[in-house]
Design a binder for this molecule. Structure first.
Ligand SMILES: [Zn+2]
Ligand SMILES: [Zn+2]
Length: 309
C-alpha cells in the first residue's frame, strides 16, 4: 500500500508544474487539524463493532443507507446541484439535499461550489483536488485544509435563493447528527420490541452511521483521486479524468469520469448501454414517476465528434 501511494505521489510530482507544486505545498501545509479530529474519530468509531457485534438487520440498514445516500450524492449533489442536468420540484430538491447532507459531505452549496471549480480548472492551477498535488491531497487532504473549509458562494448563486438549502449548508452537521441519533433510537426500540432481531442502539449506530458513512465517504472520494489516475481516456478532455468500470460500480455510475468531463451537462455518465450507470437509471425511473423532468442526454453529435477522434 505504501509503495502504491508513493507511486501515486511520484506521478503527481512528475506532472506538476513548479507553480502547482508551490501551491500544493502551501495548501497541504494548511491542513486544519481541528477538522481532522472528527474525521479521524468517525473512522475510529467503526472499531467499536468489536463491542456491539453485528446482526443481519444492522448490516442491511448500513447497505441501504450506503445506496440511498450514494444516490443522493451522485444524482443530486453532483448531477443536479453541481451540473443542473435535470429539473425537479422544490420539495424533491429539498428532500434529496437532506439525504445528501446525511452523507456527511457538507451542504449542497459547498459541495457544488467546489465541484464547479473542479470542472473549471480540472487538473490545472485552481483545481481544489487534483492528484497533481499528491494522491492523499486529492482524496481527502483538500477538504481537511483551511483553504477549502469555506466555499466561494459566488459560484452557486443559482441556489442561494432557497433559504432551506442555505440552512442545510450553514448547519451541515445537523442532518448527520439527526441520522446518527435516529439510528440509535431505532436500534434501542428494536432491542426492546423485537429482541429476536439481536440488535441494539449501539449496533445500529455503528453499522448504520459510522461504518456505512466511512465506506460511502471513501467510495465517493475515489472519483477525485483514482478517477483522475486509473482507467481509460476515451475523450481528449485536456485533463486526467478516466473511465473506470469498478469505480462506476461502487459509485452508481460516477466512474465514467472521462465521459463526464467530456460532457458534464448530461445526466447520463455511462454513455453506452454497457457502461453501468445506476444513478442514471434511477433518475430515469424518477422521471417516469413524474418526480424529475428535462433529463439532459448526451447529444448524438457530441458523441460522434468524440468517437471520431
Ligand atoms: Zn474530475
Ligand atoms: Zn461533475
Amino acid at each position: 500500500m505504501r509503495s502504491l501511494i508513493q507511486w501515486f505521489d511520484s506521478q503527481g510530482a512528475a506532472d506538476a508544474s513548479s507553480l502547482q507544486a508551490r501551491q500544493a505545498s502551501q495548501d497541504t501545509s494548511s491542513i486544519d487539524w481541528f477538522r481532522v479530529l472528527p474525521f479521524l474519530l468517525m473512522h475510529l468509531a467503526c472499531f467499536s463493532v468489536v463491542w456491539v457485534g453485528w446482526s443481519p438487520i444492522a448490516v442491511a440498514v448500513a447497505v441501504a443507507l450506503y445506496g440511498i445516500r450514494m444516490f443522493a450524492i451522485t444524482a443530486f449533489y453532483h448531477r443536479y446541484f453541481s451540473h443542473r442536468t435535470f429539473k425537479t420540484s422544490r420539495s424533491v430538491q429539498f428532500v434529496f439535499a437532506l439525504i445528501g447532507a446525511s452523507a456527511t459531505q457538507r451542504g449542497p452549496l459547498w459541495w457544488a461550489s467546489h465541484h464547479r471549480q473542479h470542472h473549471r480548472s480540472a487538473d490545472q492551477e485552481g483545481d481544489p483536488h487534483t492528484p497533481h498535488n499528491g494522491f492523499w491531497w486529492s482524496h481527502m487532504g483538500w477538504f481537511l485544509s483551511k483553504a477549502h473549509f469555506h466555499a466561494d458562494y459566488s459560484r452557486v448563486k443559482d441556489w442561494e435563493k432557497y433559504p432551506e438549502l442555505r440552512w442545510i449548508d450553514r448547519f451541515d452537521i445537523a442532518v448527520p447528527v439527526a441520522l446518527a441519533m435516529g439510528l440509535f433510537l431505532l436500534g434501542s426500540a428494536l432491542e426492546y420490541f423485537a429482541p429476536q432481531l439481536n440488535t441494539s442502539g449501539g449496533q445500529m449506530l455503528v453499522w448504520g452511521y459510522f461504518i456505512s458513512t466511512v465506506v460511502l465517504t471513501h467510495a465517493t472520494l475515489t472519483i477525485n483521486s483514482l478517477a483522475h489516475r486509473w482507467g481509460k481516456q476515451r475523450f481528449n478532455t485536456g485533463d486526467d479524468s478516466r473511465n473506470n468500470g469498478l469505480l462506476a460500480l461502487i459509485t452508481l455510475g460516477e466512474g465514467w469520469h472521462n465521459n463526464h468531463h467530456y460532457y458534464p451537462a448530461s445526466a447520463r455518465q455511462g454513455f453506452y448501454w454497457w457502461e453501468l450507470d445506476i444513478s442514471y437509471y434511477l433518475i430515469r425511473l424518477m422521471g417516469a414517476l413524474g418526480l424529475v423532468w428535462d433529463i439532459k442526454p448526451v447529444p448524438k453529435q457530441r458523441l460522434k465528434q468524440g468517437e471520431q477522434r
